[in-house]
Ligand binder design. Structure first.
Ligand SMILES: Cc1cc2nc3c(=O)[nH]c(=O)nc-3n(C[C@H](O)[C@H](O)[C@H](O)COP(=O)(O)OP(=O)(O)OC[C@H]3O[C@@H](n4cnc5c(N)ncnc54)[C@H](O)[C@@H]3O)c2cc1C
Length: 435
């Protein structure tokens, strides 16, 4: 009889090192077939054929494939509906079990339930593992068993639990039981799945201890290299969260706090999935947004006449990244100064951010709009000029992205700050009064 295999299905965990599910597959006693599926349903919703995220994934897969070739194996890359791909592959190769790391987003959970059912009907187990987070939704709960909806007590409990259960490593890099001689088709170019290279090169992650050590002093200044730029690697699992948490515990508690925000918002999305459509706090759904489309276009393109806002929006379009301080400024500007529905901004970010993550993006947009679980109070309206003075006083960041900001061709401000502030306060007050 032909040798039985197990499949390790890569998703948001594109690395061979310290990978919980992969380690379990490699120690199962069966040769491991490494598989990645470009999910046709996700790809069909992407508007840009040169989407940077698809290219980021493709480059990470090529790195994985080169590593697997050193072990005499290869990565099988497929395109399609995951349950159909599984059905096809398990019809071609005898498969004992499929291993994967858990994904907590609503769509991923539905997809995995479908795959599990399909595999189950063929007598194949689907085994999933915790890898993407240190604590899964449901592990950090209040004394009454309910999920936290406020960050500070959540993070306190998270740290207590970390002290009790420090994350272990999964030395998947030391196990090499990969399948050889696989003759299955594998996607070999982006064009095969209807996309094009972005023209960018995405190297493997570089974790800088120096940046982490000084993080609490440098994190708010967008012209500095003061944050780690690891978000995209955390998004696609090209770095291990356990490795980062171990480092954060030693080096910098402020930075550890950021990694906890990531898990906090994942927990919120898991237990309160209505946040993808509506405000966490229902009263805020009564706000009457102005939703002026021309103003939205000017915000998107970086021509609002507010240099710090325009710099951020142009950085996003040019690089797929935006500094966190500036994300807060542009989100506050859109929702408060322009009174445009936070969901419009959320979807613009979802389209363009390289590190786009449903939970973090939604949680932070709702935070900025004041309607989220542990949000900034609605009357806290960032003054873009004050933010510039505090965080870009030498105008280096602005000068880089909006070099013409002091010239006559640069547009006048779309709205005057104090008028916009009063208008926002009024709209929020009226909206909240109706409920
Ligand atoms: C309106 C808005 C939208 C955002 N959308 C996203 C998004 O789609 N994806 C995303 O990963 N982050 C998002 N963030 C959070 C934050 O801006 C980015 O994580 C950060 O800028 C990434 O840069 P870095 O890797 O250098 O982070 P660092 O400052 O070095 O932080 C380390 C890691 O902690 C996590 N983190 C940091 N801040 C936050 C936060 N506020 N919420 C959740 N996790 C955090 C990220 O994984 C980050 O890589 C958003 C923030 C705002 C205000």
């Amino acid at each position: 009889m032909t040798q039985e295999h197990v499949i390790f299905w890569f998703r948001r965990d594109l690395r061979l090192t310290d990978n919980a599910g992969l380690h379990a597959a490699l120690t199962s006693g069966y040769p491991v077939m490494a598989l990645f599926i470009f999910d046709a349903e996700i790809l069909s919703k992407l508007e840009d054929k040169d989407d940077r995220r698809v290219d980021f994934i493709f480059q990470a897969l090529q790195r994985l494939n080169r590593q697997l070739e050193r072990y005499g194996s290869r990565l099988i890359i497929r395109h399609g509906k995951p349950s159909e791909v599984m059905q096809e592959i398990t019809g071609l190769v005898p498969v004992r079990s499929v291993y994967a790391n858990r994904d907590y987003e609503p769509y991923a959970r539905r997809r995995d339930a479908e795959v599990e059912q399909l595999l189950g009907s063929r007598g194949i187990d689907f085994r999933t593992f915790k890898d993407q987070v240190v604590f899964e939704p449901g592990e950090i709960v209040k004394n009454d068993g309910m999920p936290y909806t406020v960050y500070t007590p959540y993070s306190k409990r998270w740290k207590e639990m970390l002290g009790m259960q420090p994350p272990r490593s999964y030395p998947s890099e030391h196990e090499q039981r990969y399948a050889s001689g696989l003759s299955l088709h594998s996607v070999s170019a982006l064009e095969e799945i209807g996309f094009q290279p972005s023209g960018l090169v995405f190297p493997a992650p570089l974790v800088s201890t120096g940046i982490i050590r000084r993080y609490h002093e440098t994190r708010d200044f967008p012209a500095m290299e003061g944050t780690t730029r690891l978000s995209v690697h955390l998004r696609f699992g090209t770095v291990s969260i356990r490795e980062l948490v171990r480092m954060a515990r030693i080096e910098n508690d402020t930075w550890l706090g950021e990694l906890i925000w990531r898990e906090f918002f994942m927990t919120i999305l898991y237990f309160f999935p209505h946040v993808t459509e509506r405000s966490f706090k229902p009263a805020y759904d009564a706000i009457c947004w102005r939703n002026n489309e021309d103003e939205f276009t000017r915000w998107c393109r970086g021509t609002t006449g507010y240099p710090i806002v325009d710099a951020g929006m142009r950085e996003l379009l040019a690089t797929g990244h935006m500094h966190n301080r500036i994300r807060m400024v542009v989100a506050s500007f859109l929702t408060k100064h322009l009174l445009i529905d936070w969901r419009w901004g959320e979807s613009w970010f979802a389209r363009h951010l390289l590190d786009f993550d449903l939970a973090a993006n939604n949680g932070n947009w709702q935070w900025a709009a004041g309607c989220g679980c542990d949000a900034a109070p609605y009357f806290r309206i960032f003054n873009p000029y004050e933010q510039t003075k505090k965080f870009d006083s030498r105008l280096e960041y602005i000068g880089k992205w909006v070099p013409e900001f002091q010239q006559s061709g640069y547009p006048a401000p779309l709205v005057e700050h104090s008028t916009a502030r009063l208008r926002a306060l009024d709209a929020y007050k009226q909206g909240l009064a109706t409920t």
